[in-house]
Each structure stands twice: as structure tokens, then as C-alpha cells.
Design a binder for this molecule. Sequence first.
Ligand code: ATP
Ligand code: MG
Length: 415
Amino acid sequence: MRQSKLFTKTRREAPADEVAKNAQLLVRAGYIHKEMAGVYDFLPLGLLALNKIITIIREEMNAIGGEEVLLSTLQDPEAWKKSGRWDDTVVDIWFKTQLKNGSELGLGNTHEEALTTLMREQIASYKDLPRYVYQFQNKFRNETRAKSGIMRTREFIMKDLYSFSQDETSHTEFYEQAAAAYEKIFERAGIGAKTYRTFASGGSFSKYSHEYQTVCDAGEDTIYVDEAKRIAVNKEVYDDPDVYAATGIDKAGLKEKKAIEVGNIFTLGTRFSEALGLSFKNVAGESKSVFMGSYGIGPARLMGTIVELMSDDKGLVWPASVAPFAVHLVSLGKDGDEITKTADALYDDLIKAGVEVLYDDRDARAGEKFADSDLLGMPKRIVVGKDAVATGEFEVVDRATGAVAKKTRAELLVR
Ligand code: ATP
Ligand code: MG
């Protein structure tokens, strides 16, 4: 993409009312726009990064047998009344609205009710199980605190997967596959080393659920980490002796850390299938409630976490797997000169070689271009100036380390 065609502009200053580092940098770099408190728009570069994250998650969900759907945001109160979650005193983050005739509708904040109801038409026998259904879908939550930029917003895309199994044994088998898939996702997104499987309270069915918590000072949560075992416990279960018996970790050796919950996995059991009447006939012909689990990740929260962890005082620093473009090609040429011709040709060659390139072809000062390039944060910057034209070697700067290498055109084109 030619930067001269990109409609977004960079800004030197962060908006005064923006307190979160992730949002300050993403707004300054033109990746997102703040619509109002807790509500952000994704602009071209931001959407490219978000979609890279979504693609990683989708690949890993498909790999464990997930089938993708897209459910509606508008929610029928009837299903929620059956599960007992329509009442504002039970769920305090509802956004509700009305039809013209005055009857109420909800804007979905999660999708257990809708999907469980839908699956009644699809699941009748043990032969229809297991099923793993997921989506990337907008959730609406009237969050009280919205001070963490894109990590906690009132409207956000969630990847939510729901598993439907015959019994607890087959559920647990899938639950562990989902846990392994989550670990791959966080590894691929570049936050694996700092992300811990964390024991949290489990709700009505299982004793514990698992959160994926990424250690970061900007986090809203407090966890206690066993670094050697790579397990953590969250504050809610820290004083529960059973969690130490279950995990074999030693309470005395744990380190308290601030962390961001990037995902979670939850055994629901028959909580929703009983309430909403999702049952099946087992091999013996008996009617049983389907055993369920739910598995969430917020792609934008993950993106914000990457920014919090990896950016520096000059701007964003993307891991290659999430960067909108692999390469930022920066031309220091003026209209029609040799430098510009060389840069144009290299741009065309890189595109042909399948490299994702952002090409700074704008008529601007070198200092401004470098500052913008640092702010935008692509993993590699290739500079085309006088030297490159004279020697045929291009300066390649690694955004994360600052390391500089010289490469020929041929070397740049091998992937
Ligand atoms: P939190 O305790 O941080 O509010 P939660 O327990 O409400 O999270 P879930 O309802 O399980 O989270 O949602 C699944 C995932 O969706 C979370 O792990 C997180 O990645 C993401 N998520 C939750 N709330 C938000 C939000 N307001 N904005 C962005 N992402 C969110
Ligand atoms: Mg929440």
C-alpha cells in the first residue's frame, strides 16, 4: 500500500483525555479513532492488525474442529428469562432497547442463551455430539470502568466458542484441546512467554475456570504466578487451599503480578442446557442434558496487550505475526528522481514476491518519515536514499532491536 493513499494521519500528541498507553499510541499512529469513552473505531492499519489476530484465532479454532457461525446481536428476552440472566440485578452490564410496539430486546453481551436455543433444532441424539461452534461477533457491555483503551470497551468483537458434549469426560478432553489451542494463539501473537494459565473461580458447575492472564503493569487484574510451573492463581481463589492441592503449586513461592485477562475457558456443565431444554438421547435411549463449555478471547484486548507490552518511547512495535505490513519501505526521494525510481521498482518487486509492504512514497522530510515509521511500528524498515542508489545495498532496520543490516535487492526478495 502506498502511504500517499492512506487517509489516516499520524499525530505528535496523544488526546488529552486518553489515559491508556495502548489507545494513546494507536490513536497517534492513526490505527483507531475514539468515538467516545469506551468506544473505538478501527481504521485501515488498525483493522489489518486486528484481522491478523482474528485469522490466528480462527485457524486454531478450526484446527480443533470449530465450526464458524455469526449469530445476531439483537437478543430475544425469552431465552434470557429462562436462564435467569435477563434481570439487570443479575447481569449489570446489559444494553437493552425496544421494538416500536414497546417490547424489549437485548444487545448480546454473550451468546450462551441464543446458541443453546438454536442448537435444540440441531442436536437430538448422541450421534449429533460433540459439536464445537464459534463466532467473531460484537458484544455490548455497559462497562462501568472504561479506562484501558481498546482492552475494555463497551462494544467489542469477541471470539466465543461453545462446546456441546455428551458427558463430562468427553467435555474435559475437548477442554484440554481448547486450552492447548489458546496457548498456540498467544504464542503466535507474541505474548506466549508472559501469558499464564490461571485458575479462577468456576461458577456453578466446575470448581475452577481458567483465565489466560498476560503479566503487564497496565493490567486490571492481580494474579499469583508460579514461574517454574507456568501456572497462576487469580485473586478470587488465592486463599482457597484446594487450588494448591489441585495444582501442586506452593502458595509460599508465588509472585504477585498485575495482569490482563486475554482469554478464558469455562466449564458450563448443564447450566444452560437444562434451563433452555437442550437434551439428547444417549446410546441407551435415555434423555440427557447436553454438557457445555464456553471459550472466549477478545481480539482487540489482545491487540491492546501487545501494544502495552512491546511498544517503546518512539511508538508501536509489532510482532511479525500481527503487524499490518511486514515491511515499511521508506523512500527519501523527490518526485521523479533516481531514488524514487529505485524505490518504486523495489516496491513492485516486493509486492510480486508476496511481501506485505507499506510504501512511504510521500513528499516529506526524512526526519518526519522516520519518526512516522517508528510510530507505525512495522517489524522491518527498508530505507531507499542516495546510498542505496549508489551501492545497490539497502539499509534494513529492525524496529524491535534497532539492528541495522545492508541487503541487496536480491537478498530482500528471498523470503
Ligand atoms: P473481565 O473480567 O476483564 O471483564 P470477563 O470475565 O467479562 O472479562 P468474558 O465475558 O469471559 O470476560 O469475555 C471473554 C473475553 O473477552 C475476555 O477474556 C477478554 O479477552 C474479552 N473481553 C471481555 N470484556 C471485554 C471488553 N469490555 N472489551 C474488550 N474485550 C473484552
Ligand atoms: Mg467483564
